[in-house]
Ligand binder design. Structure first.
Ligand SMILES: [Zn+2]
Length: 193
């Protein structure tokens, strides 16, 4: 479990920013982990802003919502650069479904962290074909802290890190949940049974 660094902000000290990435497959608990960290920042009376790409409207327009209905209010944005303006003077910036932004999100995350903010990004690290999901590889490279969370394979019960698409659509982005994807381990993903 990720434990927050206490080095970042202490009394009479200049605040230092950093980037955290939470990655994994579908159903791996990425958003739950993002919400857990953001809730702890709320409890610490830090100013928190949460964003997500406006492409992801699966559940609700303005909430980051995870599969266990543990929701937190968020602002949908169309372009990664919008986040720099909207983040204002907050201490912590959370961004969910970060894989749906273009590569500008790498610049945006660095700008926010360089200005002293704690930036927490959650998203898929691989697409439905098992290839790295841009811009996640770049975000993993620039982050100070990386957490990979795992789902459970729906075929064999092992730890799963792949999102297997159950429907025969070739587009990279197909939004959906349990009817569209299932989590699989490497073996069950490659055997495609
Ligand atoms: Zn398996």
């Amino acid at each position: 479990m990720f434990i927050e660094s206490t080095i970042g902000k202490s009394r009479n000290q200049e605040r230092k920013g950093h980037i955290e990435v939470i990655c994994g497959s579908m159903f791996s608990g990425k958003t739950e982990e993002l919400i857990r960290r953001l809730n702890r920042a709320f409890i610490a009376k830090q100013k928190v802003e949460i964003f997500k790409p406006s492409i992801d409207k699966r559940y609700h327009d303005t909430d980051v919502v995870s599969h266990n209905d543990n929701a937190i209010r968020s602002t949908p944005v169309q372009f990664a650069d919008d986040i720099i303006l909207l983040a204002g003077d907050c201490d912590v910036v959370g961004i969910d479904e970060v894989q749906f932004f273009d590569n500008r999100i790498v610049h945006v995350a660095n700008v926010l962290a360089n200005s002293g903010k704690r930036v927490i990004l959650a998203g898929l690290d691989m697409d439905f074909e098992g290839n790295p999901f841009e811009p996640m590889p770049q975000l993993l490279a620039v982050a100070e802290y990386v957490t990979k969370v795992h789902a459970i394979c729906m075929k064999c019960g092992d730890l799963a890190s792949y999102s297997f698409r159950l429907v025969n659509i070739k587009e990279k982005v197909v939004l959906g949940e349990k009817e569209t994807y299932e989590a699989r381990c490497r073996k069950c993903f490659t055997e495609k049974l």
